[in-house]
Design a protein around this ligand. Structure first.
Ligand SMILES: C[S@@+](CC[C@H](N)C(=O)[O-])C[C@H]1O[C@@H](n2cnc3c(N)ncnc32)[C@H](O)[C@@H]1O
Length: 209
């Protein structure tokens, strides 16, 4: 259906330029981007470097997986020791986690501080009146609710963006795992005793510069 729509509007042959960069610091010119549409990394859900490793080795753009891992947002392998967050909502979550597990608290603080850097970078590159659309879901780690959508909203507001629309979406039949390990927040199987169901719900935050 989407394909037919694109065909009808003659969007199938639009030229596309793919660039690879770290979203925290790109070389994109300031005030040059019309719209950003993105689904950023989820907190503590995936080790993205491990997911990408087959492609990365195959196309020979990595030779050292441990080094490759360190550049990902939301990685367990970050060396960050800081538990201070710029975002107040992120700090509340990290403080709750500090009561349960130091390592996870550092991981989550690092994730939100990285996303703070991404928020500032997006603001730098987007044109005045340009939009950003962010898809993000909430989760629970070690019985602490991680309201990533609310934290992102605060982070993007701090960066200078203004709200246009917030859409909450239930995804009844989205093909994604909905069972998570209560301790790690990672996707899990039903027979794991730490499993808990995670509501397949996500938010689309639409903001304007
Ligand atoms: C939720 S996934 C979205 C995937 C994407 N929408 C797609 O369909 O391929 C988040 C993505 O962010 C990427 N990512 C992690 N750290 C990043 C960074 N520092 N800069 C840019 N992208 C990063 C991950 O590799 C992952 O592919």
């Amino acid at each position: 259906m989407f394909y037919t729509e694109l065909e009808k509007k003659r969007y199938l042959n639009v030229q596309c330029d793919i660039k690879l960069a770290d979203a925290r610091r790109t070389k994109i010119r300031a005030n040059s981007v019309g719209t950003i549409i993105t689904s950023p990394p989820y907190v503590t859900s995936y080790e993205y470097a491990d997911i990408h490793q087959l492609t990365a080795y195959w196309y020979e753009y990595i030779s050292d997986l441990p080094e490759f891992r360190k550049n990902f947002i939301g990685t367990f392998y970050s060396l960050n020791q800081d538990t201070n967050c710029q975002s107040k909502k992120a700090q509340q979550i990290v403080n709750e986690l500090l009561k349960k597990d130091d390592r996870t608290a550092k991981e989550v603080a690092n994730y939100f501080n990285d996303m703070e850097a991404v928020g500032k970078e997006m603001y730098r590159i987007v044109k005045k009146n340009g939009h950003i659309c962010i898809v993000i879901g909430n989760t629970t780690v070690k019985d602490v609710k991680i309201n990533s959508a609310e934290v992102f909203y605060e982070i993007l507001g701090n960066a200078g963006f203004k709200e246009e629309n917030v859409i909450k979406r239930s995804i009844p039949n989205k093909l994604m795992p909905t069972i998570r390990d209560k301790n790690t927040g990672r996707f899990s199987k039903k027979d794991n005793e730490n499993s808990k169901m995670v509501y397949p719900e996500e938010y689309i935050l639409i903001l304007k510069k």
